[in-house]
Design a binder for this molecule. Sequence first.
Ligand code: MG
Ligand code: MG
Length: 250
Amino acid sequence: MIILKTPEEIKKLRTANLIVARALAKLKKMIEAGITTLELDSVAEKAVRAEGARPSFKGYKGFPSALCASVNHEVVHGIPSKRKLKDGDIVKLDLGSEYEGYYGDSAVSVAVGEVSDRALRLMETTRESLYKGIEQARAGNHLSDISHAVGSFVESRGFSVVQDYVGHGIGRAPHEDPQIPNFGPPGRGPLLKEGMVLAIEPMVNCGTHRVELLDDNWTVVTKDRELSAHFEHSIAITENGPEVLSELDG
Ligand code: MG
Ligand code: MG
């Protein structure tokens, strides 16, 4: 069941998501060769707590950290470690918060120093595909119009979309209905309505779409160990169309 949110609830969700957005903006500025993903995790946790929120990933199903930090061929759910980032890496930062019972969730991919043209194109395509999806998040459209907009754009650029992990509704729980695949035909699934709040999150690979889980039971990697990128925004469907909740002005 898809839970519709009132304007007051959307306001709380905006607050939770802006806390995530500010933390991610801070982390992005710190990305350079030599920093560890554990240091980033510590800054992320402090930034979220400083705003009176709780890092929602920490302890979720036993996840040990505030931040998911996934490097290069790691797709999502990477556990922060003493590993140092190096020039040419791409790192995916995924962060969640809970503020007064409402959840925020957003992710970005960031280049470390100079990265390959392919990596840049992958990241840019993924970011752009997210906005293609957001553009379809309007009352009266079908859910899979979002999926199709993301997937068809990614494929037109010669990359592949991860199928085993998907976007989701978000509200008083970090994951709610509906699941939002990033591929498939348009015009299917539930009709979108005002008051729906969705976390749209394309995960895009350079090579095969296939992924596998590492022995730590968290880190998802590409099967062929080629690069992967990830961007995520939480958005609300309003009478004026989609409103991105996890984006800072300017
Ligand atoms: Mg996320
Ligand atoms: Mg999410």
